[in-house]
Design a binder for this molecule. Structure first.
Ligand SMILES: C[S@@+](CC[C@H](N)C(=O)[O-])C[C@H]1O[C@@H](n2cnc3c(N)ncnc32)[C@H](O)[C@@H]1O
Length: 340
């Protein structure tokens, strides 16, 4: 059977991402105001951990908030600590003559603000996205899986086509796509690389949906689906590449270390692990899109976006070397490292 080669989209989707992610800007600023973040940074610059101690908030959640406030031009990093910028100091300190909070608060009835406050207090450990509640136990209800697959197909297909067009996958004959969502990455990569065989590892409830997409693309002979809990179950092995797209941002460093170790075991020597993510800057002070996506992940699943150096450190801890970072489609990057 012949398959069509899907080209990369003619324009990237950054404007669409920015429209979607801007929905978090105002709720994040209002949550910061409600939790006293502007007053605390004004009193004394701090890093995320220091601010967490002072305000009894969650340090990991504050990484996302401080990155977003920086991306919005309200805070910045100096000597490793966040301080308010001039607009942050002038307009967001309560009690100041130029305080903007009353006007911003007109939109303060959004339930998102309260949900963000809960997440920042560490009171919503699994996040608020109902469909993802059972992921840690390796489960998803049928309806939840169908909803996740629809969202991921809609959001990830452009970047999957863009990623497949990169030369990063040249020569890869066997690829494992862990938590592959709708299957759009495996399908796009297999379409682009006629010699590649892919395995999509997904939750049992996602399996039939992925298989349906694969069959529709006429790729059943080269893309297989393995239904498994990526944490608790054994993975198939012998791969030249293991891809995680938008997966590490769902989990904390401990869970990601386990995933990195399992990827190491699934690869042949010289095989590469590939992390497809939107990256925070190494100082974790933006950029705006990745920072807003990080707040989205905090809200949805209790996760966050990482900086390249954080991801490289997780991979190094699992035994990987030769870390490389390269831009991918739109706001995305690809962080990869090799099994020696
Ligand atoms: C944010 S989506 C990413 C999907 C895809 N990689 C993409 O970029 O479009 C996270 C995926 O992880 C899968 N997942 C969550 N927990 C899992 C587990 N314990 N084992 C296997 N897959 C899991 C979900 O079903 C979901 O499809």
């Amino acid at each position: 059977m012949t398959t069509t080669l899907a080209p990369a989209p003619l324009a990237d989707d950054r404007p669409i991402w920015d429209i979607w992610l801007s929905s978090l800007w105002l709720p994040a600023v209002l949550a910061a105001d409600a939790l006293g973040v502007f007053a605390a940074l004004d009193a004394e610059p701090a890093d995320a951990a220091g601010l967490a101690d002072r305000l009894a908030l969650d340090g990991e959640a504050l990484v996302s908030l401080l990155a977003l406030l920086s991306g919005l031009g309200l805070a910045r990093v100096r000597h490793g600590r966040f301080e308010l910028t001039a607009p942050g100091r002038l307009y967001l300190r309560r009690g100041e003559p130029l305080y903007w909070g009353e006007a911003l608060g007109v939109m303060g009835h959004s339930p998102v603000v309260e949900l963000l406050c809960q997440s920042l207090r560490g009171a919503a450990p699994k996040g608020h996205y109902q469909a993802a509640r059972q992921w840690g136990e390796g489960q998803a209800a049928e309806e939840a899986a169908a909803a996740v697959a629809r969202v991921m197909q809609s959001q990830s297909l452009p970047s999957a086509l863009g990623l497949a067009a990169l030369d990063a996958f040249e020569g890869v004959k066997r690829l494992l796509d862990v938590a592959g969502g709708s299957g759009c990455f495996a399908v796009a990569l297999a379409q682009r690389h006629p010699d590649m065989r892919c395995t999509v590892l997904e939750l049992p409830a996602m399996g039939p949906i992925v298989a349906g997409h694969v069959a529709q693309a006429g790729l059943g002979h080269r893309v297989e689906v393995v239904e498994a809990d990526m944490f608790a179950d054994a993975w198939p092995g012998g791969y030249e590449a293991v891809l995680f797209s938008n997966v590490f941002h769902d989990w904390d460093a401990r869970a990601n270390s386990l995933l990195a170790a399992k990827a190491f075991d699934a690869l042949v020597p010289k095989g590469r692990v590939m992390l497809h993510e939107m990256l925070l800057a190494d100082q974790r002070d933006g950029p705006l899109a990745a920072a807003a996506f990080s707040m989205m992940m905090l809200l949805a699943v209790g996760g966050r976006q990482y900086a390249a150096r954080e991801l490289a450190a997780m991979l190094a801890e699992a035994g990987f070397g030769d870390a490389l970072v390269r831009p991918a489609f739109g706001h995305y990057s690809l962080v990869s490292a090799a099994r020696p």
